[in-house]
Structure formats: C-alpha cells, structure tokens
Design a protein around this ligand. Structure first.
Ligand code: GLN
Length: 447
C-alpha cells in the first residue's frame, strides 16, 4: 500500500485519482494484515484496488467527476464495495472519469482529463479513464469501472490493459451512480485474466438491493485444467472492413486471427448488417434514460445548490445550469426531446425496436459460434483535445463497444501489443449471456 502511495504522488500529473483514501486504506490494510497473521484473511487479501468515482463508499466523497456532487459524501456503500471489503481488498481511492460516465476520453470530467501513461499528450479513453491509467501506471493492482457503452473496455484498450464488462445483471448496480440503467454494468480493469476472474467471482451474484441482478449461479471463473477446447469464432465483417478502422489495428487483429486458426479454432467472417444503427440506437436510449436518472439532481435533495435563487423554479434552473457540464446538459436535452410527446414514437420507441433487432441478430450469431470478435475502438488513443469539439466524431468512437451493452452480452478487451508509435492496440471478444466462464478461459489461452 505504501508503495502505491509513493507511486501515486510520483504520477500525480496523470490526474488519475480524484482522491486517495490514505487513512481508510491504511486502517483496512492493518486489519487485513492482522487477519492474515491469524490465518483468517479473505480471498482478496493484499489486493489494492481503485474505484471509479461513481461508486459509493460509505463515509467517502463520491462525485461522478461532476461539480454537481463536488461535496457529496456517500451515506452508504455500494454492494460492490461491500463485497470487496468483505474479502479483505484494500480500497485505495476514487478514480477520475467522465462526468456522470458520459464520454469516451475522460475530457468531460470536472477535474480535467486523465493522461495516457504511454503518451501524455493522448487521452486515457473513457469514461473509466482514471481506472485504466491507474492500472497502466501501476498506481493500484486493479480497478473497478462502469461500462454503459464501452467505458471499461475502451480505456482498458487505450492503456494496454484487460477490460471486462460482464453480462447485464451479473453484478449489482446498487450504490453505483446511474447513467443509463438498462445498460450500466460494473466491470474490472486488470493486468491479467486471473485477477479479472477472481474479482468477478467476488462481485457477481444476486443482491436484495438490485432486482435486476440475475439469479443465475455465479460460475467458477478461475483457471482449471482444460482440454484445449477448440472454439468457433465469428469475426464481424463490417467491423473489420470498416473504413474508419485504423490499419494497424486491422493488421494486428488479422494476425491474431491467423494464430487462432493455426491453433485449430474455427474463425469465420460473418456479416452484421446492423452496424450503422448501433451508435444512433445507443445514444437515443442512453440519453433518454440519463435525462430521467439525472432529474434527481435538483439542488434540493443533494448536491450543488445555487445560493441566490429567489424561488423554487429558479433554484432548480440555476443549480442544474451551474452544476452540470456541457456534455451532460446536451444529453439531458437530447433525452428529454426523444421522450417528449410527439417524438417518443419516432425516436425512443424506434430505438427500442432497433435494440430488439440487434439482440436477435447477436443471439443468432451466437447460436452458431462461441464468440464474436471485433475491434474495441476504431483508433488507438487519440490526442487530448482532438475530438472534443465534434460530438459526432466522438460518438462514432463507440461504434464497436456499444454492441455488447445494447444486447446485454459480456465482452472483454484484450491487449494486442503496441503500434509503431508505441500506443497499445487491442481486440474484443463478446460471448453468450452469462458465459463469463467460457470468455475468461478463452481469454487466458488467447493471451
Ligand atoms: N463513450 C460512451 C458514452 O459516452 C460510453 C460511456 C460509458 O460506457 N459510460 O456514452
């Protein structure tokens, strides 16, 4: 723990942490040490973990990297935090992210962008940018993030780490600040597959406080003696042939396809003609859910409050206008628009129908294949400031990651080495609902 504290100070310029929990982490570490000596320590004893700053930890601030929650102290802990602590993990601090997890570069954070440790002029990815860079720079062993449309997998990819988004409903969302509730899922950023597997075993499973968590029994995700199973893998043709895809990412993926084939796996190009509909459907649905979820920040219940407002309406207006950043306000307006009478059928309902079609097509592919392979993002980490002015360019960066949360499937980003500029490259595998066991055991062999 002290080693990580020193490194965090050394790497402060990366801006990965919103706060380091010096005293509570030291207290927990001492208690864990005592239990280790008496032979009663939990399964995560010794694991020093950072949490994204949208995950509640009792008695600690949680801000979602927003001015709106700048001084908010959580009165309770999320289920994921309870489970980490119960198994003797040490929580070292809260990690920078895009404001309310809305973004893909960590540039919408009230606390400023996180720098990629591979190149300080480049973004960390987002929205769990602090989580990815903290693991990349060795500021903690592993980190929790949340993934609504790629926020764990894309920053992990930009930082050369492993990002796992489990099946929707695998992990409790209780105590996780909501962005889009039918998409949000807690995920992990780690340096090896076994850490992801161990964390998932601890975090997953039914929870009385979140009725959307599945009752499907938690698998055993840790390595077991295997028979070197041969897999069937569908490469989505439209993703790999996409003009937007960086050529070095394409060739790295094609090289691993050759390796998979040589190892005896069946790898086929499979058509997925709904690719163009993923980003529009994702942004309509998530903005709609966000506009509803964020209505609770009214300046009255909790969070930022304007001090000069004369009446209640003015208090709402000014608190929200001043407390939220530009990206969040844009999405609230878009979401309110697509849900409003007269537009609901044309946008929101249509997007729901598209989501159903996407799910069906994914299910169909996965009835013939074990995994779907695609890139994680069209480009490696881009320059800070490069895309922030153009929302359409920024949103298109999510084209390959939004598929898994739209369909609810688990997916993992795995590192594929570096490109000619020493920037990390990566590939994504998506599996059947609740087949984290298959996905993790395959990932272990793949790496
Ligand atoms: N980049 C996507 C967005 O801005 C994904 C965010 C996320 O997964 N939280 O919505």
């Amino acid at each position: 723990l002290e080693h990580y504290f020193i490194r965090i100070t050394e790497y402060e310029h990366l801006n990965a942490f919103n706060e380091v929990f010096f005293s509570s982490a030291r207290e927990q570490a001492a208690a864990v040490q005592a239990r280790m000596i008496s032979g009663r320590a939990g399964r995560l004893a010794g694991m020093v973990i950072g949490i994204k700053d949208n995950i509640c930890y009792k008695g600690h601030k949680v801000t979602a990297s927003s001015k709106m929650l700048e001084d908010f102290v959580s009165p309770y802990s999320s289920t994921v935090v309870e489970r980490l602590l119960a198994e003797d993990a040490v929580i070292i601090g809260r990690l920078n992210c895009d404001e309310f997890a809305m973004g893909g570069s960590n540039e919408t954070s009230f606390y400023g962008p996180v720098k990629n440790a591979a190149d300080h002029t480049r973004v960390s990815g987002g929205s769990s940018g602090g989580s990815a860079v903290a693991v990349q720079a060795g500021l903690c062993l592993a980190a929790l993030g949340t993934d609504t449309g790629g926020s764990v997998r894309q920053p992990a990819a930009f930082c050369g780490k492993i990002g796992l988004k489990p099946t929707y409903g695998r992990i409790s969302r209780y105590g996780v600040i909501a962005y889009a509730s039918s998409f949000d899922q807690v995920g992990t950023i780690t340096s090896c597959v076994d850490d992801a597997a161990l964390l998932l075993e601890v975090l997953a499973g039914a929870d009385d406080y979140d009725s959307t968590v599945s009752q499907v029994p938690v698998g055993s995700y840790l390595p077991k003696p295997t028979t070197g199973q041969k897999r069937r893998i569908a490469v989505l043709r439209e993703t790999i042939e996409s003009e937007a895809l960086d050529p070095e990412i394409r060739s790295a993926i094609m090289r691993s396809v050759d390796t998979l084939k040589a190892a005896g796996h069946q790898v086929d190009l499979v058509s997925f003609d709904l690719l163009d509909y993923l980003v529009p459907a994702y942004y309509i649905l998530t903005s709609a859910e966000a506009s509803s979820n964020l209505s609770r920040y009214d300046g009255v219940h909790y969070g930022y409050r304007n001090k000069e407002a004369a009446g209640l309406n003015e208090l709402y207006k000014r608190s929200r206008a001043e407390g939220f950043g530009e990206e969040v306000k844009k999405r609230i307006m878009l979401g309110t628009f697509v849900l409003s009478a007269g537009y609901y059928d044309a946008y929101y309902q249509k997007a729901q129908q598209v989501r159903q079609m996407i799910r069906k097509q994914v299910d169909k592919i996965l009835s013939a294949y074990d995994f779907i392979l695609s890139p994680v993002s069209p480009t490696p980490a881009f320059k800070i400031g490069e895309n922030i002015k153009d929302p359409l360019v920024m949103y298109m960066e999510d084209i390959f990651t939004v598929l898994a949360p739209l369909a609810g499937n688990p997916a993992i980003a795995l590192p594929l080495g570096n490109n000619s500029e020493e920037l990390p490259l990566s590939v994504q595998f998506l599996a059947k609902h609740f087949d984290e066991e298959g996905l993790l055991s395959f990932s272990r062999h793949f790496l």
